[in-house]
Every structure is written in C-alpha cells, then in structure tokens.
Design a binder for this molecule. Structure first.
Ligand code: SAH
Ligand code: MG
Length: 211
C-alpha cells in the first residue's frame, strides 16, 4: 500500500480500523491478481475502505466498484451513536456522504481505479451481470438490508472469488447479528470456506469454491 494512500485512508471518516483495512487490502490484492473480474463493495460511506480496496485494484490491474446511496444506514442517522453531523447536507437536512467519498478517492489518486456508483445496492444488483473477483459487504446492517445484500451479491462472486464481510461479531454483546448471520449462512452453504489469508477484527474473508 502506497504510504500516501494509507495516509488518506487513515484520515478519512469511516468505520474500519487500520488493521482491518490492511487485511482488506491483502484480500483485495489476491482478488485483483486472480483475474476473475472486478472488485465490488457495498457501503462506500466516505471512502475509507474504498481506498484500501482501490489500492489493491490499482496494484493488481483491476477496478473497484463501490456502491452507496450516500443517505446513510438506519443506524447512522441523527440521534444514533455513530451519526456524524458534518455529513448532513444543510440544504436538505439529509445525510450526503458522496462529496466526502469523491474527495477521498481523488486525494488517494484513485479516480481511474475506483468507480463510485450512487444508488441502492439492490437496484444496482438487479442490473448487474458480470462475475466479481471480490464482494465486500459493509452496507446497512438491519436484518432485511444485510440479507438482501448477501442474497443479491454472493451469487455474483466468480468461482474461486472472495466474499468479505464487515462487522461480524460472534459475541452478541459486541455488535448486531445480521453480519454474523450471513457469514454463518455463507459457510453453511458449503460453497464458501474461511480464506487462509484470514480476516482481522470484525472483518471476515471467505473464498468461494473454485469451479
Ligand atoms: N465501508 C465504509 C463504511 C460503510 S457504512 C468505511 O470504510 O468506512 C455503511 C454505508 O452503507 C452507509 O454509507 C450507507 O449509506 C450505505 N448503505 C446502507 N444501506 C444501503 C443500501 N441499501 N444501498 C446502498 N448503500 C447503502
Ligand atoms: Mg462496517
């Protein structure tokens, strides 16, 4: 990871620890080098994880697509613990993280390697056909949203490709259930196994069985 990009990732607003970011970058590098297809993340927010994955894409000669409607998940709206008033658009009173994400990607010099897609992940998935080398699920963590992302995107992972999931907590007192549920579900299909490169913190990295 280029030190300049790492600096941008560390400075960006967001919800990924540096160690998790570097683990994501490692998984992204393997995926980008696999030649199986582009990388895709659900949940850009202000672009922190997109820099770790985007750097991997750049180094491996791939592209990262990063999806977000930029209106914030239910759990980061005003009044919630992780809400940041700086990302509220004063004109509308709604969250808008797109300007932050755009700036982060530009600052990291990744505009040719990261494509920001503004929209609902499910709407985008409905129009998506290309197999993916890696899918990183870090969007809304409500039960319906998390499961919808898993159901829509995991079948689009190429055989031999990677599935990364953030905010996976085995201990129910450490965090919400849905990311852990989809992680267990993926393992339960027999299609996915824990990748030897491994996760870090609440990041889990799985690999799809090769064809
Ligand atoms: N990966 C980010 C954090 C993502 S926070 C980081 O590195 O810091 C979760 C993001 O998911 C929020 O920005 C929210 O707007 C987005 N989101 C939630 N539900 C979504 C949906 N259904 N479609 C698109 N984006 C969604
Ligand atoms: Mg997260």
């Amino acid at each position: 990871m280029k030190p300049e990009s790492l600096r941008v990732a560390l400075d960006a607003k967001g919800f990924l620890d540096p160690d998790e970011g570097l683990a994501l970058h490692r998984a992204g590098l393997r995926a980008a080098a696999s030649g199986l297809g582009p990388l895709l993340e659900i949940g850009t927010y202000c672009g922190k994880s997109a820099v770790y994955l985007g750097e991997a894409a750049r180094e491996g000669g791939a592209i990262l697509f990063s999806i977000d409607h930029h209106r914030g998940s239910e759990e980061i709206q005003p009044g919630w613990e992780h809400h940041d008033p700086e990302v509220v658009d004063a004109r509308t009173g709604r969250m808008d993280t797109l300007p932050f994400a755009r700036r982060t990607i530009a600052d990291a010099g990744l505009e040719d390697h990261v494509v920001l897609i503004v929209g609902s992940s499910i709407v985008v998935a409905a129009g998506w056909a290309k197999p993916l080398a890696l899918v990183f699920i870090d969007g809304g963590h409500g039960t319906d949203v998390e499961w919808a992302d898993y159901r829509a995107w995991s079948p689009l992972i190429a055989p031999g490709g990677w599935l990364a999931i953030h905010d996976v907590f085995a201990d129910p007192t450490a965090g919400g259930r849905p990311p852990y549920e989809i992680y267990r579900a993926a393992l339960g299909t027999g299609e996915f196994t824990e990748d030897e490169a491994g996760g870090c913190g609440s990041l889990r990295v799985l690999r799809r069985r090769p064809a």
